[in-house]
Every structure is written in structure tokens, then in C-alpha cells.
Design a protein around this ligand. Structure first.
Ligand code: SAM
Ligand code: SF4
Length: 325
């Protein structure tokens, strides 16, 4: 339990701060602030951190980044984490660009759930937003559906003036493919990005755009997952739609259950407040001491703030790609 009575048992692990896309909201234009590869946690170190986390009570794990699938040893990392006794669920968040060729291997390695970013179904908007190509991502989604993961979800960041036109097509696509889709409010992560306040769109506005709140019935069952989305059954077409009102929902942090681990070994208690605990000294000490790592994880839980500070104007000096989404 953290000081506010929340059970913290979910660790989101960034395996790299690099990415093959350049989403406007995640990676500031011209970003070159990569951590040195030598500073990235190795597969062995990642497995040691997960083992230490299970000792501190963590049971749910998600691999993320940057783009986790560009890491060559990602399937091996997933398999080794899944093989640990106290790991109950393992998910991965991806932009989907490499998923078509890797979905089967990830499933066999033990990955249970896959979250795929899809901010637009229009190839031009998709390219403007991410720098990448939509076709490969759609193939990746098909591959994930065929591979038989327990859960496949779509994530879309709401951006006023950029992808509002895509909200309805995405909900239709979600219904047609029987996939949950989640709409996420833009968080102010990283300085110098081209997306400022004027692009912020509250989840309530997305609901309005889909015909109003009365068309959303609270879902009786939600897809397996540990995130903060509120799920509804959309009466317009039966889609399961989740909303992540990270900025506009006042009680957003009340059910927070996670810590984040950056690719270079910093534990971050909250996305929206400064404060990190470095695991590297314990991991890379001459006589490695996993007891020190367990203590650092407990310290991060004890330091978890009650809520984020986005509404007070906090902007993380690290962009999302360097924190791990
Ligand atoms: N590359 C993978 C992907 O795109 O899904 C995993 C990493 S990405 C950082 C994880 C999630 O964070 C994605 O769903 C992405 O849309 C979201 N994200 C990134 N920057 C964000 C921001 N500024 N506000 C809200 N969500 C953001
Ligand atoms: Fe890459 Fe994901 Fe960030 Fe987009 S959101 S730049 S795909 S890490």
C-alpha cells in the first residue's frame, strides 16, 4: 500500500527510449536526447528488476518504450519475465509497426495483452501525427487478432484540430473488429513539442462528438487491464469505448496502481510530478545487491504522490518517449 491506501502492484517497464515513429505529442521535433545504449537496462537487469518488484508485491507488468518492438531481444525479455513465478500478467504497448512479424512470437513468449496506438485511420493524418505509415500498423492489428492474445486494445490520443475527425471512424473500426478503443487526453510531457494547450481535448468533448453522454452506458465488464480507463458500451454501434481523462477528471489518481521504470533504470512514482529513484547503483554495483533494488522499489511506493500536478502547470522535462508510456 502507498501512503494513500492504494495497492501498487503494476509496473510499466520502458525497454528503450528510442522509437521508429515521431508522434508529435510524445517526441519533440528534432529530439536527440536519447540515453546512451550502454545506459539502457540489459535483459538480465530488467529480469532482476522484475524479480525484485515481485518481492515488493508487484504482479502485473507491461513492456513499453519508446517502441519496445525495436529492441532485438524483446521476445526473450518477455519470455524470461513471464517465466518468473509471481508474474500474473504481462502486456506490451506498441505502435504496431513491427507487430505483423512478431505477434506470434510474443504470444508464445507469454504476452497476454497488447495495446496498440492508433491515432487515425486516415493515412495522411496518421503520417502527419506519427511520421509513419498506417498500412503496416493495420497489418499488425490483424496479426495481433489472429495470434489469439487474451486482450488487444487500441489507444488514441485526443488532439483538437488534428484527429477529431478520426474519433468516429476509430469507434466504427473498433466495433467492426470487436476491439476496445480508448481515448486518452493529451498530457503535457516534454518541453518544445509542437502540441500545446490549444490541442488539448477533454474526454467529455469526445463523448459529445459521438452524440453525447447519454449514448454511453457504463460497461458491465471491462477488458482485462490495469489502467485507469473508464469503459462504456457505445449505443451508437456497440463498441466498447474507454476514456482516460488524465487531466480533466478530478479523481483520476485515486485508483492509480502503478510505478514506471525508465529505460535507463529510474523508477518514477508519478508521470505528472517530478521525482525519480535510481535503481542503477544497486543493479550495477561491484557486488550487485538486489536487496537494495527491492528497498528502492519500496521507497518509490512510499514516495508516490497523491495526485499529478498537470493542472497546476507541471510539464515534465522528459518527453514521454524518455519516461515510458
Ligand atoms: N510506442 C508505443 C506506443 O506508441 O504505444 C509505446 C510507448 S507510448 C509512449 C505509450 C502510450 O503513451 C501511447 O498510447 C501513446 O499514445 C501515449 N502517449 C505518449 N505521449 C503522450 C502524451 N503526451 N499524452 C498522452 N498520451 C501520450
Ligand atoms: Fe514512438 Fe509510441 Fe512515442 Fe509514438 S507514442 S513516438 S510510437 S513511443
Amino acid at each position: 500500500m502507498d501512503p494513500f491506501g492504494r495497492q501498487i502492484d503494476y509496473l510499466r517497464i520502458s525497454v528503450t527510449d528510442r522509437c521508429d515513429e515521431r508522434c508529435l505529442y510524445c517526441m519533440p521535433e528534432g529530439y536527440r536526447g536519447w540515453a546512451r545504449r550502454a545506459d539502457h537496462l540489459t535483459a538480465d537487469e530488467l529480469v532482476r528488476v522484475v524479480e525484485a518488484a515481485t518481492e515488493a508485491g508487484f504482479r502485473k507488468f507491461r513492456l513499453t518504450g519508446g517502441e519496445p518492438l525495436i529492441r532485438k531481444d524483446i521476445v526473450d525479455i518477455a519470455r524470461r519475465i513471464w517465466d518468473l513465478t509471481d508474474v500474473q500478467t504481462l502486456g506490451i504497448s506498441t505502435n504496431g509497426t513491427h507487430l505483423a512479424g512478431m505477434a506470434g512470437a510474443l504470444k508464445r513468449a507469454g504476452v497476454r495483452s497488447v495495446n496498440i496506438s492508433l491515432d487515425s485511420l486516415d493515412p495522411l493524418i496518421y503520417r502527419t501525427l506519427t511520421g509513419g505509415s498506417l498500412d503496416g500498423v493495420l497489418d499488425g492489428i490483424d496479426a495481433a487478432l489472429s495470434a489469439g492474445f487474451e486482450v488487444v486494445k487500441l489507444n488514441c490520443v485526443l488532439l483538437r484540430g488534428v484527429n477529431e475527425s478520426q474519433i468516429r471512424p476509430l469507434v466504427d473500426y473498433a466495433a467492426a473488429n470487436r476491439l476496445p478503443v480508448r481515448f486518452i487526453e493529451l498530457m503535457p510531457l516534454g518541453p518544445g513539442g509542437p502540441l500545446g494547450d490549444r490541442h488539448f481535448m477533454p474526454v467529455a468533448d469526445a463523448m459529445d462528438l459521438l452524440g453525447g453522454r447519454e449514448l454511453f452506458r457504463p460497461a458491465t465488464s471491462k477488458p482485462q487491464g490495469h489502467g485507469p480507463a473508464r469503459y462504456y458500451r457505445y449505443q451508437g454501434n456497440g463498441a466498447l469505448v474507454g476514456f482516460i481523462g488524465a487531466v480533466s477528471c478530478e479523481d483520476f489518481c485515486a485508483t492509480c496502481n502503478k510505478l514506471r521504470l525508465t529505460a535507463n533504470g529510474k523508477l518514477r512514482p508519478c508521470l505528472g510530478r517530478q521525482g525519480e529513484i535510481d535503481l542503477m547503483p544497486g543493479l550495477r554495483a561491484a557486488g550487485p545487491d538486489d536487496g537494495e533494488v527491492v528497498s528502492a522499489i519500496r521507497e518509490a511506493i512510499a514516495n508516490k504522490p497523491e495526485n499529478h500536478a498537470f493542472v497546476e502547470g507541471y510539464v515534465s522535462p522528459r518527453p514521454m518517449t524518455a519516461i515510458g508510456g
